[in-house]
Design a binder for this molecule. Sequence first.
Ligand code: GLN
Length: 378
Amino acid sequence: PFSKLSNVGTTIFSQMTQLANENEAINLSQGFPDFMPDSELLNYVDHFIQKGFNQYAPMGGMISLKEEIARKIENSHQTNYHPDSEITITAGGTQAIFTTIATFVKKDDEVIIFEPAYDCYEPTVELFGGIVKRFEMKAPDYKIDWNVVKNLVSEKTKMIILNNPNNPSGKILKENDIQELIKIVKDTSILILSDEVYENIVFDGKEHLSICKYPELKERSLLVASFGKLFHVTGWKIGYCAAPKALTDEFRKIHQFNVFSVNTPIQLALAEYMKNDEHYLGLNQFFQEKRDFLRKGLANTSFELLDCEGTYFQALKYDKISDKSDFDFAQELTVTHKVASVPFSSFYKNKMSENVIRLCFAKKQETLEKAIENLAKL
Ligand code: GLN
């Protein structure tokens, strides 16, 4: 009787990681690197702790970090956010997403999301009384039919949530998608929450089209990014939200009571580390090698490799191996074959199983090798 989210259980990421640990399986389920971050970055953290930066940061974040973020965005997307009034440091992408939804979504507001959808969007919208309207992207190409999306828009549409590059499908938005989106929001007051936490992990020379490149979209968007993905430090739980001042002002009204501010020495360390652009410009290539290694290793198996344009996740179709639901198949794979994955159905409200699982390739070479060896036996 007291549950505000009676249909919600423990996240699939926690479930699969627990199952992997219990079965001593190779954990390619929850998305996190199994290798060390750069020691230079770790040394900066130590430095700032020893120097005595151990008290509250300003509510919106340390200015040195916000300046570096503004510089990164300008270099990557040729657009400016004012460091002090338009960038807020958050406790990971998840808190930025939660706070954005909490700030703007009221009871009976409609929010459009694209499935497969990262798991935190929908429950958060529901928590604040919003109503989710969903467009289902389907295997194998996960294309968006914008005519269908257009029909989801009503007077009550408050927000559209984008996730580009998309976790779990690995698809990125193309120029044509963006242009269709621009047409849809034109002359409306619809806000956009753009979850771009994998922005620096895009492959084959393709371009990440951030929402902030397009003035018609930028003016209504809250852009969410994550240092966990950028510098292999998911456990530090630190990211940011960039948005025009009017939106940031509202965001911070909630942010100040949600976390107030986040980890001071880590913010300072990140600011120092970000002075060298090389620390993130090579990330595409770094992960492309891992993606290609995994794909090559699985090429001659009965798994079908779906396209992976970005993120550190590879989607696999397993129709030729089993007719189990993806949830059951992922369990079996973990228990019997010692490789943990995430079933795609967990990213759909109706739990639609298209026989697709997700593997995380942000792993050491030897981890990927062992996983390939086990998967090749199927
Ligand atoms: N973003 C990570 C993933 O997709 C999971 C984060 C979490 O466990 N909540 O696997």
